[in-house]
Every structure is written in structure tokens, then in C-alpha cells.
Design a protein around this ligand. Sequence first.
Ligand code: 0O2
Length: 241
Amino acid sequence: MTKGGINMADENHNELQPQPHRIVDDLPSELSTGAAVKEVLNLTQKFDGEFKIRYQTALDLIVAKLNFIDRSYQLEHDATLIDSIQSRIKSPDSIVEKMERKQLNFTTDRIADYIRDIAGVRVITRFISDIETMQRLIKEQPDIQVVTEKDYVANPKANGYRSLHLIVEVPVYLSTGEERIPVEIQIRTIGMNFWASLEHELNYKKDIPNKEQLRTDLTRKAHDITQLDEEMDDLRAKIRK
Ligand code: 0O2
């Protein structure tokens, strides 16, 4: 992984590299009505212009900010907080898929209201307590505002998924004036990240035999990873004492 770089390959972020736009023939059948197809085409066209630039700019600003936080921390503590940073702009396909999944009214004008993770950054830490430190330092930044927090580290999902999710808003200056653009920041340890990669693969791959058993096994492994994360944190505290 590239520390501080924009590494674009990951489990939930298969769309990290701009994907070729889906052609009409590939659309799921429930979208294959004239109106829905028009909406998708409208979305892809709109996406490539000003819309994408806004989100890409916000993403670049947040990645720069996170690297700055890490460097400042390093100066003070002689240790890094961030192991790596990954980022992506959600593809039109993925936006459509999420709107369908959440049964949202499919209109391109309202996308930004509904989908808050069009710009997404993932911060990978080595140690579990660094997640909280990162959260505190992000909140201290005067020019970004944390608008939503979901703490799946303190309150893991039933399947074992753990990660801290923040939606922050960052000001982007456009010719039409200032706009506050939402960016999702997911903060998790290396262990949580590699678990989530495999879990995502299991969800998205079809025809896997014994899927339910594998799900149970994965949930069990999430507990093992939690234990390891906590033990590594304790060990570090003892070493640094
Ligand atoms: P992708 O592929 O990452 O874009 P909300 O807006 O709160 O109504 P949302 O955004 O679905 O709903 O909520 P949440 O729980 O904050 O999840 C956002 C993202 O977290 C997901 O984005 C995943 O990236 C990740 N995530 C959440 N739950 C799981 C899980 O159980 N397993 C894994 N592997 N990842 C998870 P997307 O848009 O679903 O996907």
C-alpha cells in the first residue's frame, strides 16, 4: 500500500478506477424502461462534467488534509497515524445500484441529497486507538465540518463489520460561489480492512457454495481480529511507556 497515496483498489471500492459507462443493454431489467434508461444516461452525462469536478476537488482537499494531519502528528510524536489512504469517486453504476438498494426515488437532481458518499476516502491505521486519535484531529480542523458519525468500531454490525464512518463537508470554491461538498471518511485498522475486503467479496460473488457457513466463519474471524487489534494496542502502550 502506498502511504499517503491514492491507492485505488479495494473491496467496496471496485469502482475506484473510473469505469467505462454501462451501456443500455447491460442495465438491470427493472431499469430497462425508456424513462429509467434516460435517467441513467442523464446521470452519466451529468457525472462527467461539473458534478464530478466538485467531488474530485473535495476529495483532493480531504486527502491533502489527512496527509497534513499525519505529518503534523509525526512531528510531535515521532510516529505515524496513517498506514495508507485510499480514495475513490463513486461511479454512476454504483450510485444507481445504491439508489435501487435503498429504494430511493431515481431522479438525477436529488442524487447529492440522497447519496452522501459519492466522494469517499478510507484511512487505514495500524492500531485501533489511532482511529479515535484520527477522529479527534479531523474534528479539530477548522475548515471541515463533521456532519454525521457512525461508530461501527464501538458498535460493530451483526456480521462483524467494524469501521468508523464520518461524513464531513468541505468548502469548494466554484465560479458560482462556495459549495459545501460531502465526503465520506472511513477509518479502520489494517485488520478491519482486510476482513471487510473478504466480506465484500463474499457478498458480491455469485455461486459460492456454503455461503451461509462462510458468513458465520467470517463473523467469528471478526471477533479474532478485534482481539488481536486490542492486544496489539496494549503491546504498543507497554513498549512506548
Ligand atoms: P461502496 O462499494 O463502498 O460504495 P446511509 O447513507 O447511512 O443511509 P449507507 O451509506 O449505506 O447508508 O451506510 P453505512 O452503514 O455508513 O455504509 C456505508 C459504506 O460502509 C458502504 O458503502 C461500505 O463501503 C461500508 N460498509 C457498510 N457496511 C458494510 C459491511 O457490512 N461490510 C462491508 N464490507 N462494508 C460495509 P456502499 O455504498 O454500500 O458500498
